[in-house]
Ligand binder design. Structure first.
Ligand code: FNR
Length: 343
């Protein structure tokens, strides 16, 4: 097995064993109860938009894997089937390995093969060129393209990148060359308002906050080697604070709330803070691998139903209305936002 393939499988294994400590700040958010919601369950509409992309539900399967041979092909095939059956969008893992080695392409292409008319999101790192971005989109007929920022993960890996210059410039070129939405995403360390502002200035309309408190790539990478850089294990902007940071920059920017999302209340809170959609990676992978695809399908259907009930309780018919539902922010998240001058 190649080093790259081995690394992908180790990521999956360690993501499952490190688990999620659920410290993403959503525990600091409480909705204000409504005794007269004046809606019926049948009024609730879960459809949403990220940038120009319309989704039937705010929940999607976020980027994970591809390029590790037969075992990742099987995982992606199962995830694609679940996405098709539940009619939700799915993002693939970084496609760079398939751009470098054609033999790895089937592990990504399988997602489009089993989910012909679904919404599929491509994924590349910020080292990608415009040409590579176009190839990644073509490979899976992507409906949107994610560009991930993973500075801390790279720094922990001895073989990782050490040069992070010119990233914004490359992102700007990709945004102007690609005719589909470009989503810039973090991978569990969160995004701040200054970064969101810079991204907005180069034309990025959709940001996935990839907040701290869910899958922890510092822990995952540290488990893979002896020289442990464990000060990075608690490094990052928690998901709740990160959504509020990005929201404070521009109400028009679409925010994808991610990082430790596990249930419908987490989803509702992320949307209440300003997200338009919510991506889930580690938790869905855990259910798929430790249980099975049927259980994952059922879980997603249940999440949609639960979200409908929560929206009914709050009297919010649409995702846009849920974004405006009154809520209280306490604890660490309140302190964070006060320090950062965010209302
Ligand atoms: C990831 N993630 C990820 N992100 C990305 O942009 N490209 C990638 O290739 C991967 N690979 C990957 C593998 C595995 C096994 C996991 C669990 C995750 C990061 C992912 O998309 C997400 O940003 C974080 O995992 C935070 O979300 P959760 O897991 O807390 O829901």
């Amino acid at each position: 097995m190649s080093n790259r393939a081995e690394r992908k499988l180790e990521h999956i294994q360690h993501a499952l064993t490190t688990g999620q400590d659920r410290t993403n700040g959503l525990e600091d958010i409480t909705f204000v109860h409504q005794s007269l919601p004046n809606v019926s369950v049948t009024d609730i509409d879960l459809s949403t938009k990220i940038g120009e992309l319309s989704l039937s539900s705010p929940i999607f399967i976020n980027a994970m894997t591809g390029g590790g041979g037969q075992s990742t092909l099987e995982i992606n095939k199962a995830l694609a089937n679940v996405a098709r059956e539940t009619n939700i969008a799915i993002a693939v893992g970084s496609q760079m390995s398939a751009l470098k080695d054609k033999e790895e392409r089937p592990t990504y292409e399988v997602i489009r093969k089993v989910n012909k008319s679904g919404i599929i999101i491509g994924n590349l790192g910020s080292e990608a060129t415009v040409e590579q971005a176009k190839q990644a989109v073509d490979m899976i007929e992507a409906n949107a393209l994610q560009i991930h920022l993973n500075v801390v993960q790279e720094l922990i890996m001895p073989e990782g990148d050490r040069d992070f210059t010119d990233v914004l410039n490359r992102i700007e070129k990709i945004v102007s060359a690609i005719p589909i939405p470009v989503i810039v995403k973090e991978v569990g360390f969160g995004m701040n308002k200054e970064v969101a502002k810079k991204l907005k200035e180069v034309g990025v309309c959709v940001v996935d906050v990839g907040g701290y408190g869910g899958t922890n790539f510092a822990k995952v990478e540290n488990l893979r080697r002896e020289s442990v850089l464990d000060y990075f294990n608690q490094w990052g902007i928690p998901t709740a604070a990160s959504i509020a940071e990005v929201r404070s920059v521009d109400e028009q920017m679409s925010i994808i709330g991610t990082g430790g999302i596990q249930n419908a209340l987490d989803i509702a809170k992320a949307i209440g803070l300003g997200a338009s959609a919510v991506g889930i990676s580690g938790y869905f992978l855990k259910v798929l691998i430790e249980q099975d695809a049927k259980k994952l399908t059922r879980l997603i259907e249940q999440m949609k139903l639960d979200l409908t009930l929560l929206m009914t309780a709050l009297g919010t018919r649409t995702i846009k209305e849920l974004q405006l539902a009154p809520l209280i922010i306490t604890g660490h998240t309140h302190h964070w936002l006060t320090e950062r001058g965010i209302d």
